[in-house]
Design a protein around this ligand. Sequence first.
Ligand SMILES: Cc1cc2nc3c(=O)[nH]c(=O)nc-3n(C[C@H](O)[C@H](O)[C@H](O)COP(=O)(O)O)c2cc1C
Length: 387
Amino acid sequence: MLRYLTAGESHGPALTTIVEGFPSGVTLDAEFINFELKRRQGGYGRGKRQTLETDRIIVESGTYHNVTTGGPITIRLVNNDAKLERLQEPSSPRGGHIDLAGSINYQTGIRQVLERASARETALRVAVGALARVLLRELDIHVFGYVSELGGIAAPPLSFDQAVRDASPVYTLNPEADAKIVAAIDAAKETGDTLGGIMEAIVTGCPIGLGSHAQWDRKLDARLALAVMSIQAVKGVEIGLGIEAAKRPGSKVMDPIRYEPSDPNDRRFGFRRPTNNAGGIEGGTSNGEPIVVRASKKPISTLANRGPSVNMITKEASPAAYERSDVCAVPAASVIVENVVAFEIASAIVEKYVGTSVSAIKAAMAAMHELNREHLATAYRNEKLPT
Ligand SMILES: Cc1cc2nc3c(=O)[nH]c(=O)nc-3n(C[C@H](O)[C@H](O)[C@H](O)COP(=O)(O)O)c2cc1C
């Protein structure tokens, strides 16, 4: 079982994660992981905090000469802006934040809960997701994330070119929409407001059979939804057509199945779907088509204009506290979605192929592929199978 926990406060000395169950034999690509961390820090509309931090992983266990050992991997990120003990207790909770409910839930002040609830924690989730992607790359499985809408401005992909996304100030695949989006972020900043948006992640190369239809908590779509919904400020998660499917008749939703003889290594065994409305998952199981996960992020709740709130001592009306804040973090959220999805896929892989080492996973994947080829060649001619 591949899993991780995170620890650390937004302005504490450091953030730490322990990744457990990661296979041995993977060369740790710190440059790639740090590149993803840098992308999470970027995107037009972020606040001053990102200019203070230089997120780079420190690996404290689980590798030997930079190759994973199978032991727990400890990753630490230092907070340059470590000042927790010097920060004041906010007097008026911010709506849209943990401030009020958390201080009641834990019988603490607001500071204690907001520091842990902060999206600073997502730096670790990007780090572990990027670590998982190093494993996935070895298996020829790839994950790609981008922004498809921001502040109500649609940015449908014009291509799936990573260079286009990486050149976009807001991580879209639509250079025509970028200028409009940047102007909308500027306008929101001007009026003390904030913007949300929609992020998508696509996984290609997944073998058929990750997840299972057989039990609710083994369904791959459910696991992805849990992981993505747990990202700070994400309020909706869809697979494939998602909510749009409810508006269409079945004939415009169901993906037809076709067959054409293919290469013996074809992970889809020659079965093709000209459409992918299911987003690569049917019955909780990957079907070999690209897995498409879409998530919506609400606008940042901390407003420069400070929304209405209540003073916790006097209980009188008082403007909400202001914490230094982003105007828009949708580009960063697309990096988080991408890497969180990657981790769940890697976790499903490790579970299915019982992988203590990367070579064991490769061998199990190859053996399972052959077993399925044999099954497809023989099973439907077997008289024992009812037709
Ligand atoms: C990358 C990223 C950056 C964020 N930055 C801020 C921020 O600067 N200010 C803020 O108020 N909320 C920010 N948020 C959102 C809050 O962390 C989140 O709304 C809050 O913890 C409450 O959780 P909830 O919205 O999931 O209920 C950010 C979220 C993400 C994903």
